[in-house]
Design a binder for this molecule. Structure first.
Ligand code: PLP
Length: 374
């Protein structure tokens, strides 16, 4: 089955004749014999809604097994917990700030060490390899400057060095980017974003490639069950509720983002647009090779001006919302340096857009008025 069909049907199992799936809130399940281990027993270990969601996630991604978590951060935590003591991780210099803080503030005391590198240069990744490097963490496009890392090149460096290559694919989803086809071992999602798609459910996921279900897959199943950072049946139901429209939403978001990127690139108050679909993007050729059906719904741009000029544009939008997060049906804008605080490496003139599914003419009209007034 192809992607649109999988999005509608994968994982959709029913306990009644209903067309829409049922929510099973029961925390415990009847069993006929202590020796019969088939079926669900206790909802932290497994339940029908989570099973349905995990089945759909594995199918859509083309992986062997998927694991749903209570948040994207819980998913990242579970993967780090599979690494042995004294392991070394390589991650991008502009990695999602939560992942950076997790490594620094929580896992440092576990003896995890790390090197952050500019992942637009695979040779920098290779140079950072140590004898105890167990994981190379890739995030592409990066946040908020939309740098593109070559997944295939980095995955092969990982393979040559017996390290795992994990890709945080939150910004693209399998509609746009398929890391397993490029050699990655693990795909991670904050499903809070595009999978949920309506800014109303916090959740995360890990998917392991074919061949890893019995090794790291078993480790992750144990961690998921014993640490208990699992999504509720209702969260799983909401995510599966959003799955059928994922391809439609993401393609519309890609179309709108590309149109807005072109508009902004021509605007006299805009100094630079960061969008991998633009021919002017420094890694455009890699993006063409590893992204499909569009270049994602995220973009950022630099204002010709200062911190105040950029912040005041974000204050002036009317249809577009000024808020953090991304991947929802509604378009959001954010002044990242203002949010990240004084240690932020983000340019003070940068604004980030999470582009929604509205009519792009209305979005452009809103940006136009926000950019026109000084
Ligand atoms: C939001 C996000 C996360 C963290 O996910 P939560 O669901 O907020 O815990 C991780 N990586 C990326 C790229 C994100 O955008």
């Amino acid at each position: 089955m192809k992607m649109n069909t999988l999005a509608v049907h994968a994982g959709q199992t029913h306990t009644t004749d209903s067309i829409a799936p049922d929510i099973v809130l029961s925390t415990t399940f009847r069993y006929d014999s202590i020796s019969n281990t088939d079926g669900h027993r206790y909802t932290r270990a497994s339940n029908p809604n989570r099973h349905a969601l995990e089945t759909a996630l594995a199918k859509l991604e083309g992986g062997e097994r998927a694991f749903a978590f209570a948040s994207g951060m819980a998913a990242i935590t579970a993967l780090f917990q599979t690494l042995g003591a004294e392991s070394h991780i390589i991650f991008p210099d502009d990695v999602y700030h939560g992942a950076r803080d997790l490594i620094h503030d929580v896992f440092a005391t576990w003896g995890l060490s790390w090197t952050s590198v500019d992942m637009t240069n695979p040779s920098d990744v290779a140079a950072a390899i140590l004898p105890n490097t167990k994981l190379i963490w890739v995030e592409t496009p990066s946040n908020p400057s939309l740098k593109i890392a070559d997944i295939q090149a980095i995955a092969s460096i990982a393979r040559e060095n017996n390290a795992l290559c994990a890709v945080d694919n939150t910004w693209t989803t399998p509609i746009v980017q398929r890391p397993f086809n490029l050699g990655a071992d693990v795909v991670m999602y904050s499903t809070t974003k595009y999978f949920g798609g309506h800014s109303d459910v916090l959740s995360g996921a890990l998917i392991v490639r074919e061949g890893l279900g019995d090794s790291i897959g078993v480790q992750l199943a144990t961690i998921q069950k014993l640490t208990g950072s699992v999504p509720s049946p209702f969260d799983c139901w909401l995510l599966l509720r959003s799955m059928p429209t994922l391809p439609l939403r993401v393609r519309q978001q890609c179309h709108n983002a590309a149109t807005m990127a072109a508009f902004l690139a021509d605007h006299p108050r805009v100094a630079k647009v960061n969008y991998p679909g633009l021919a002017s993007h420094p890694q455009h050729e890699i993006a063409v090779r590893q992204m499909h059906d569009g270049f994602g719904g995220m973009l950022s741009f630099d204002i010709d001006g200062d911190f105040e000029d950029a912040a005041s544009i974000a204050n002036r939008v009317q249809l577009i919302g000024q808020a953090t997060s991304l991947g929802g049906v509604e378009t959001l804008i954010e002044h990242r340096a203002g949010v990240e605080g004084p240690r932020s490496p983000t340019p003070p003139t940068l604004l980030r857009l999470s582009v929604g599914i509205e009519d792009v003419e209305d979005l452009i009209a809103d940006l136009q008025q926000a950019l026109a007034n000084k």
